[in-house]
Design a protein around this ligand. Structure first.
Ligand code: IMP
Length: 431
């Protein structure tokens, strides 16, 4: 029995989807445990590319059971769009998709609420605008939250929405006299219809996962976002509202930590981030600079919002922090091809904070903002590497760069990705 987790060690968008896709061959279930429609994973199946945000990557392989755990927040309309997109391309989602009846539901008032905080320069953190924060706030607040299991009880649902909207409508109006107001009956009708649709997929997924464990099945946990966006361990408050680290597996699925026997940390060969927040190794070197070049070559634009991603050098201080809190066993280096022909490359191995050299990731976002990276310079390589299929095919510079990352983090590099296609993958000698 294997319980594997694929987790991003940066600020998200580490190309986790490709690794998950490869691993679905050897796993029976793929489980999402955190986040919601803020995530964006690009999955290539045959000659088709799918953009998914709530459905687990495993869903394109019907033999795999795809599970949405209780830690995920669901916007039913988006979920249905994704299912419809797959259906249009001949991929059916039936018994292979199971959704926790404990997962929380995003409503349109969550999106309206988020607009208020995000439109304020002082409080906005550059979210994806998908209602993630307000939905998790309601979950933890316990008073105004609705779980998927409640969508299939129409009378109860309307009653709950009446109570909730009494509060939410006043809240929205309090900030803006012209704010949208929601009608409990209409919203209940819309969401009860979603409930009917979701009903065949809803289950106690905690029980299902424990049964799978008992039957010796292999389970793959698919982290959404990256560890530096984790609400407890990331660059708070510029984070998302869930535990995107492996810590989220236990709370977001009901599978205790002791069952996780392989943690694969996914790293890009450089660093990116979307939205606001400190980013010590960011390359702010203008339209002709390296930051822009990485963005163009790596097609670094947000999957969900299309926003250009901020790009910068590999930050080993941040990556080491993430590797530690996740209990990473091995790493993968993705998008190495993007760095071809850039000349000498830099890796941040420490920070200078207020005149002091530090090797830890600061707790305070203000401190992180003041950190100046201390770089080690590494020879680059000039040749394209998209066609490399084994380590020996890589130019010496590329090999040394990947080796150096593994050496600094003291973790084996098990996979190097040199392009989006599944075949553009090098499995290193360590197996
Ligand atoms: P939220 O998750 O929409 O509340 O956004 C909070 C922060 O996390 C913002 O900086 C977003 O850009 C970032 N974020 C959320 N999901 C992702 C993701 O899947 N990839 C990269 N950044 C993300």
């Amino acid at each position: 029995m294997a319980c594997t987790c694929v987790v991003g060690l940066q600020w998200g968008d580490e190309a986790k989807g490709k690794v998950v896709d490869i691993l679905t061959d050897t796993h029976d279930l793929v489980v999402r445990y955190n986040g919601g429609p803020n995530a964006g994973h690009t999955v290539v199946a045959g000659n088709k590319t799918f953009k998914l945000s709530i459905l687990p990557t495993g869903v394109i392989k019907p033999k795999v059971k795809s599970v949405i755990g209780n830690g995920v927040v669901i916007f039913p309309a988006r979920l249905r769009e994704e299912i419809a997109q797959l259906q249009k391309n001949g991929i059916e989602t039936g018994d292979n998709l199971v959704i926790s009846d404990r997962a929380h539901v995003i409503f349109p008032y969550h999106l309206e609420q988020e607009k208020i905080t995000e439109s304020n320069e002082g409080t906005g953190i550059g979210t994806t605008g998908r209602g993630i924060g307000p939905c998790y706030q309601d979950k933890v607040g316990r008073v105004h939250a609705i779980r998927t299991g409640e969508l299939v009880r129409p009378i109860h649902l309307e009653e709950r929405l009446r109570q909730i909207l009494d509060f939410k409508n006043r809240l929205l109006r309090g900030f803006n006299p012209n704010a949208v107001q929601f009608d409990a009956r209409e919203l209940a009708k819309e969401y009860a219809e979603h409930g009917e649709f979701l009903k065949p997929h809803l289950a106690d997924t905690t029980r299902l996962l424990h049964e799978a464990l008992a039957a010796g099945k292999n389970i793959l946990f698919e982290g959404a976002q990256g560890s530096l966006l984790d609400v407890d361990h990331g660059s708070y408050p510029f984070v998302t509202s869930s535990n995107s680290t492996t810590a989220g597996i236990a709370s977001g699925t009901g599978i205790p930590p002791r069952h996780i026997n392989r943690v694969i940390g996914i790293l890009k060969a450089y660093t990116t981030r979307v939205g606001k927040g400190p980013f010590p190794t960011e390359l702010n070197d203008g339209p002709e600079g390296l930051g822009e070049r990485i963005r163009k070559v790596g097609r670094e634009y947000g999957t969900v919002t299309g926003r250009p991603r901020r790009c910068g050098w590999f930050d080993a201080v941040a990556a080491a922090h993430s590797a530690q809190i996740n209990g990473v066993d091995e790493i993968t280096i993705m998008l190495l091809d993007v760095l071809s022909g850039l000349g000498k490359l830099k890796i941040a191995t420490a920070y200078e904070l207020d005149g002091e050299r530090i090797k830890h990731f600061p707790t305070d976002a203000g401190e992180l903002q003041r950190c100046q990276p201390v770089y080690e310079t590494v020879e680059g390589w000039s040749e394209p590497i998209e066609d490399a299929r084994k380590l020996a095919d890589l130019p010496l510079g590329a090999r040394k760069y990947a080796d150096r990352i593994g050496e600094i983090l003291q973790l084996p590099v098990k996979l190097i990705s040199v392009g989006p296609d599944r075949v553009q993958t090098i499995f290193t000698v360590q197996g």
